[in-house]
Write a protein that binds this ligand. Sequence first.
Ligand SMILES: O=C(O)c1cc(=O)[nH]c(=O)n1[C@@H]1O[C@H](COP(=O)(O)O)[C@@H](O)[C@H]1O
Length: 309
Amino acid sequence: MIQKLISKIQKTHAPIVVGLDPMLGYIPDHIKSKAYAEFGETLEGAAEAIWQFNKEIVDHTYDIIPAVKPQIAMYEQFGIEGLKAFKKTVDYCKEKDLVVIGDVKRGDIGSTSAAYAVGHLGKVQVGSKTYTAFDEDFATVNPYLGSDGIKPFIDVCKEEKKGLFILVKTSNPSSGEFQDQLVDGKPLYELVGEKVAQWGEECMGDSYSYVGAVVGATYPEMGKVLRKIMPKAYILVPGYGAQGGKGADLVHFFNEDGLGAIVNSSRGIIAAYKQEQYLKFGAENFGEASRAAVEDMVADIDGALKNRG
Ligand SMILES: O=C(O)c1cc(=O)[nH]c(=O)n1[C@@H]1O[C@H](COP(=O)(O)O)[C@@H](O)[C@H]1O
């Protein structure tokens, strides 16, 4: 799957991920009214609204992007109906040949991680039959529990040719509370980065490992250090746009080959129609506004990479 991700990035010239984080507040009224008219102001109505919203964004962007990242919390908040919308979104994106990164941030003791890995990336056995449940291509994973919490994910990835993005340095303001603590003179995020590189060694595609990392765009200096610590890890870089990250902050997340990083923007793309520069599209045409925001993001990153010294 890492090869598919890389070849799609090369084909689209877009090292970006559209984050499908459909909070109701971002969904235009015309979509919500239609869903509520059919299903009422219910969990089902909310799920229908997020599915219709996602579909329109995907339909307007799938040909110019390599990947999407649905964030499961935005679906889970609506219970089972929300999870059905998550699954529908995953399946639809795969039909459109997009790489799907399930932003599920799982990780537990080994036996529990194994169940998460099976549910999101693998196959589950029921009697004599096997089923795929959510079936994303990549999943985000939390490494706090250590190697035995990660290994079951790696085992499933090996079997299913899928991949991981392991949290190394997160984009949020408090990420330093634990992640920057010095352990034997080194910040914890560096130690985790070293571990990701080690876990990834036995999981190589042609040039990159399918065990990747998450490093926030909001910490560019740390990104530069981590790039060197994990030269073969693909880095998923959230924090662009709504959290303040810009193209110029991202250049050191990429390797000299122009690969190695994929930048996520969620609100900046899906709620583009609410931003001043895209107001001209109007809420009815939110899909077109999202497409314009994708094009601007790609140009911003491309320009920064061309200018890097
Ligand atoms: O794993 C992630 O994707 C993630 C890690 C991180 O350090 N920071 C971060 O923002 N994210 C996710 O990336 C998305 C960012 O959304 P926007 O700020 O709207 O672009 C959300 O889905 C977050 O859950």
